[in-house]
Design a protein around this ligand. Structure first.
Ligand code: SF4
Length: 305
C-alpha cells in the first residue's frame, strides 16, 4: 500500500506510478444513458438530475479537446500537475457504437500530457468489443473503467431505479478482468431503505470480485430529481455527517488493502443541492474520516477475516 494514510489513496497510487502529481480532468462528451433515453427507462436513477452528473460542457459547445485544455491549465495552476487522466464522467460513456467511442477516447489520448483515460459507465453497457477497444490502449496508457454499482443489494437497486442488478456488475467485471484494464466501482452510502449493516455487506461482497479501485459517495439530494420529491414528502432522510463518517471507516476496513480509494465523498454543486447541507463540507468530512480511523485504529482491510 505504501501510503501515510490509513487507506490506499489515489494520489499516492498515481505518484508511485508517475513520480509526479497527476490529476483527472472531467469530460462531458455529450453522451446519453439507457436509463434516460427509454431503452431501460426514461426516469433515470432516483438521484440523477437531467444533466446526468455532468458539467454541461458539451451543451455549451466545448469539445473534448477544449475541455481537456481548460482542465490542464486550471490544474497545472492549482496543483502544479504535469500529467492528466481524461475522465469521461457524464452519463454512460460506453453507450455508443465502437467507432464513436474510439474517436472520443482517442481525441483525449492524443493531447500532450494525457497519460490515461477513465471511463464512467454502467455495468450493463459494456461489450466484449468495447473491452477490446479499451484493452488496445493499455500498452501505452493507463486505462480505468468505472462501473456504477451503488449497492450490492438487488432490492435497493430496484428501489433506486438503477435498471440492472448485482449480477450485471459481476458479469462486467468478469469480461473486464485480465485485460490490463483497471476496474473502479462506485458505491453510494445512504441509499433509501439501506441499513448500516447492508452498506457494509456491499463492501464484503466486493472483496472477492477482483476490483482495483473504489469511489464512495454520500447520497445527497439535488433539485429536479425523484429523490428531491421523496425528501420533500418525508419519504427519504439523509445520513448525518457522523453516521456517514462511521460507515465509510468501517467500509474501508472491509476492503482489501490493494484496492485504490479514489473518492470518499461527493462534490455537490451549491446551486443544485437540497440536502444535507453538510455535504458541502468536504474537507471537514475527510478530516473526520481520518480522525475516526485513527481513534478506532482502523486500517483498510483490517476487518477482513
Ligand atoms: S446510470 Fe448514471 S446517467 Fe444514467 S440515470 Fe443513472 S445516474 Fe443518471
Amino acid at each position: 500500500m505504501n501510503t501515510e494514510k490509513r487507506y490506499y489513496d489515489f494520489n499516492t497510487y498515481l505518484k508511485n506510478l508517475y513520480g509526479c502529481r497527476v490529476q483527472k480532468i472531467t469530460i462531458d462528451a455529450g453522451m446519453t444513458c439507457p436509463n434516460r433515453d427509454g431503452s431501460i427507462s426514461t426516469g433515470g436513477c432516483i438521484y440523477c438530475n437531467p444533466k446526468g452528473s455532468g458539467t454541461g460542457a458539451y451543451k455549451k459547445g466545448l469539445s473534448i479537446t477544449d475541455q481537456i485544455n481548460a482542465g490542464k491549465q486550471a490544474l497545472a495552476r492549482r496543483y502544479n500537475a504535469k500529467k492528466f487522466i481524461a475522465y469521461f464522467q457524464a452519463y454512460t460513456n460506453t453507450y455508443a457504437p465502437t467507432d464513436r467511442l474510439a474517436a472520443m477516447y482517442e481525441e483525449a489520448l492524443a493531447i500532450p500530457g494525457v497519460v490515461g483515460i477513465s471511463i464512467g459507465t454502467r455495468p450493463d453497457c459494456i461489450t466484449p468489443k468495447t473491452i477490446d477497444l479499451l484493452a488496445s490502449y493499455t500498452r501505452d496508457y493507463l486505462v480505468w473503467v468505472e462501473y456504477g454499482l451503488q449497492s450490492a443489494h438487488d432490492a435497493t437497486l430496484e428501489k433506486i431505479n438503477r435498471g440492472h442488478d448485482f449480477n450485471a456488475f459481476k458479469n462486467a467485471v468478469e469480461i473486464t478482468a485480465n485485460r490490463n484494464i483497471n476496474i473502479c466501482t462506485h458505491v453510494i452510502l445512504g441509499l433509501p431503505g439501506e441499513t448500516r449493516k447492508q452498506m457494509l455487506e456491499t463492501a464484503e461482497k466486493l472483496a472477492d470480485t477482483g476490483i482495483n479501485g473504489i469511489k464512495l459517495h454520500l447520497l445527497y439530494v439535488v433539485k429536479n430529481t425523484t429523490l428531491a420529491d421523496w425528501h420533500e414528502k418525508g419519504r427519504y432522510k439523509c445520513l448525518e455527517q457522523d453516521e456517514y463518517v462511521d460507515i465509510v471507516c468501517e467500509f474501508l476496513a472491509r476492503l482489501s488493502a490493494n484496492i485504490v480509494v479514489q473518492r470518499l465523498t461527493g462534490d455537490p454543486h451549491l446551486q443544485e443541492l437540497v440536502a444535507p447541507k453538510w455535504a458541502l463540507e468536504k474537507a471537514r468530512t475527510l478530516e473526520k474520516i481520518e480522525r475516526k480511523m485513527t481513534e478506532k485504529d482502523l486500517l483498510q482491510g483490517c476487518r477482513i477475516p
